[in-house]
Design a protein around this ligand. Structure first.
Ligand SMILES: [Zn+2]
Length: 237
């Protein structure tokens, strides 16, 4: 997002002003937003022709608010001028987005293979490996659904393992239309992540994660409800 910003230099009150393409993605929460720029400082003094400026930036998201730095190289054509002739590409600083597995414990404990794949996908996303993360989340959905169906219908294990995921969702989850819809939505986007041609251009990996999370929450509610039914139906001694 282009912003007109003031460039401050060490040991002088002289400044420059120019448009900088501030990255809208926060390196902490990984979310886009209109980043707030507070101040700046250059690497070298005002008279250097080759220089770089770092901006002191804050994430505007209320649940984040974390600060970071965005830096850009720039060039001037003449000594002592405040006019910037050219701005280069943002200097890559390596920050690591921390994604935590916030899914309910019951899901993580009941479906350990899903948990492993999901956490590896979070890690890939944190490392900026968005292509790999997308494929990972697609695989995570498959494991979540199949592990859940096998948990509910252990007699169908072999059949479910070898069946296409779409068929499992259609045929084995018919009692749970909302889980069915969520899983289907996650899989549709997930298939885009693994295939060469995208079908659903308007949806991305964050949308898929949203559907995947909601699926996991529904399944966790089902598991908890089953636990409650089992508990309350025990014969009182
Ligand atoms: Zn943030």
């Amino acid at each position: 997002m282009k912003q007109t910003l003031t460039v401050r230099y060490p040991q002088t009150s002289s400044t420059s002003s120019d448009e900088f393409d501030i990255d809208e993605f926060c390196p902490h929460c990984g979310q886009p937003g209109s980043q707030i720029v507070f101040s700046s400082m250059t690497y070298d003094s005002f008279n250097n022709l080759e220089n770089a400026v770092a901006f002191f930036v804050q994430c505007p998201r209320r649940n984040c608010k974390k600060f970071h730095i965005q830096a850009f190289p720039f060039r001037k054509n003449s000594f002592g001028s405040s006019t910037i002739a050219e701005i280069g590409k943002k200097i890559p600083y390596t920050y690591k987005v921390k994604h935590v597995n916030n899914l309910p414990e019951i899901v993580n404990i009941t479906f350990p293979a899903f948990k492993t794949i999901y956490e590896q996908s979070l890690e890939a996303e944190a490392q900026g490996l968005d292509q790999i993360a997308g494929i990972g989340y697609r695989k995570a959905i498959e494991f979540l659904i199949k592990e859940y169906v096998i948990h509910k219908q252990p007699e169908n294990e072999d059949n479910v393992k070898s069946k296409f995921l779409g068929k499992v969702i259609d045929e084995n989850l018919s009692e749970f239309p909302k889980i069915q819809a969520l899983a289907k939505a996650a899989v549709w986007i997930g298939n885009d992540e693994t295939h060469f041609v995208r079908v659903h251009e308007d949806k991305n990996i964050q949308d898929m994660k949203g559907f995947l999370t909601a699926t996991a929450l529904f399944i966790s509610a089902e598991l908890k409800a089953d636990e409650a039914i089992e508990f309350t139906s025990r014969t009182k001694s």
